[in-house]
Design a protein around this ligand. Structure first.
Ligand SMILES: Cc1cc2nc3c(=O)[nH]c(=O)nc-3n(C[C@H](O)[C@H](O)[C@H](O)COP(=O)(O)OP(=O)(O)OC[C@H]3O[C@@H](n4cnc5c(N)ncnc54)[C@H](O)[C@@H]3O)c2cc1C
Length: 382
């Protein structure tokens, strides 16, 4: 086992860190305050190849791999959790699902614009009445002579109000239960009749990452929108989540590192009882625990990414372990950082309250922490 990064991976870390510091940090607090989605920054990330790591050169990618993508995602997440969402909405989600299950025509049409962010992507699984229970979805796709007609509502969908394209999961045959779900690549989201999107403005965090609801009312889509085969949607969905959960985990690692760094900085600056608070052993304990948990969470992410780079994209156990652990670690680290900063943590003048709010999303998105534990338990007895 080799713990040394390759030169390429070291370069990615440096590029990611530099980009986050120069392109995201300077306007970040203002963007957060205004709940501003920075499409221009997403485009610049695309130009640097951030969404091409897991995509073959043939479709506009750079083939640097999941490890590079995870390292980049950590660097961006250290500065802005919101700005890591495009890793999933562009690459690990739609582009990779289309690569794995699409026709050649779909690959050529959709993957390059997702990689270069000419098209913004999304994936729509969750509904108002079905979250963890994916097969409980109500959305239908009724086949007609020349295509499908979509009806239903998806809720809590990242990017949906800004997206051009989304993977949409719907029942083509409800009687077959989860084997009756199909996946569709729905494009022209902003112009297709019958589609309505509504932003969710009441979120706790991730203010620079749009989230919304999308409704489909008798929306006609062509037969060519079907991804994979009829009835393969549940499998596509689980395969897709096995990739996007790695992005969530890397985001959690980034947040944890930010908490650790901010706590050290503050603990060295802040004096009480005539000494920096860093000299108190209880503060040292909090900082030491954050460091240990950051290192452990990062290693689990890198292990899952390594396995994917070896060709094992269905490494559900490693991916869910990394995602569950990183989500819980980020929440614990942000909670600890809130304590280290005392009352100042409670003010938006310091970034720690943002880390705390953003970290909480990780316990829900792409399968709650309970659901990750269900998946882990099912896999460890195999
Ligand atoms: C910021 C944000 C972005 C999101 N982006 C997307 C997106 O891009 N696309 C998308 O499709 N969805 C997205 N989601 C939705 C997210 O994936 C769901 O919210 C999540 O899967 C949980 O579903 P739910 O909220 O309906 O919770 P529920 O399923 O109703 O669960 C409620 C509680 O019950 C628990 N529970 C449920 N079933 C079990 C069980 N079998 N065993 C133990 N406990 C259980 C859960 O762990 C949870 O604690 C996003 C959510 C957020 C907050």
């Amino acid at each position: 086992m080799n713990f040394e990064f390759t030169e390429e991976q070291k370069t990615m870390i440096a590029v990611g860190k530099d980009f986050a510091e120069k392109e995201i940090r300077p306007t970040q607090e203002e963007d957060e305050k205004e709940h501003r989605f920075r499409k221009d920054i997403v485009k610049k990330m695309a130009e640097l190849g951030f969404f091409g790591c897991v995509i073959p050169e043939k479709y506009g990618g750079n083939e640097t791999g999941h490890m590079c993508a995870a390292l980049l995602c950590e660097e961006i997440g250290r500065v802005s959790a919101s700005m890591t969402l495009p890793f999933n909405c562009q690459a690990w989600g739609p582009a990779l699902a289309i690569l794995n299950f699409g026709t050649e025509e779909q690959k050529e049409k959709y993957i390059p614009p997702l990689v270069n962010a000419d098209m913004l992507g999304a994936f729509a699984i969750t509904e108002p009445n079905s979250g963890s229970d994916v097969a409980g979805m109500g959305m239908t796709a009724t086949e007609t002579d020349d295509g499908f007609v979509l009806n239903g509502t998806k809720m809590w969908i990242s990017n949906i109000q800004v997206a051009d394209l989304s993977l949409v999961y719907a029942y083509t045959d409800k009687s077959k239960k989860h084997k009756g779900i199909s996946c569709f690549v729905v494009d022209n989201l902003k112009t297709t009749p019958g589609i309505t999107t509504v932003p969710i403005e009441t979120k706790l965090g991730l203010f620079c990452a749009p989230t919304g609801e999308i409704s489909f009312e008798d929306v006609k889509i062509p037969k060519s929108a079907l991804l994979g085969e009829r009835g393969q949607g549940f499998k596509i969905c689980m395969t897709q989540l096995d990739q996007t959960r790695l992005g969530c985990a890397a985001r959690g690692v980034g947040i944890t590192r930010a908490c650790h760094e901010e706590s050290i900085k503050y603990a060295l600056e802040r004096t009480q009882f005539g000494v920096p608070i860093f000299s108190f052993q209880m503060i040292q304990e909090q900082i030491a625990e954050m460091y240990v948990e950051y290192e452990a969470a990062r290693l689990l992410v890198l292990k899952a990414a390594f396995e994917k780079d070896q060709g094992n994209l269905s490494n559900t156990l490693s991916t869910s372990t990394a995602k569950y652990n990183a989500a819980e670690t980020a929440v614990r680290a942000s909670n600890a950082a809130m304590k280290v900063l005392g009352s100042y943590s409670y003010s938006s003048e310091y970034p720690v309250e943002r880390y705390f709010r953003d970290a909480k999303s990780l316990q829900a998105v792409e399968g709650t922490s309970n659901i990750q534990k269900v998946i882990i338990a099912r896999n460890v007895i195999k």
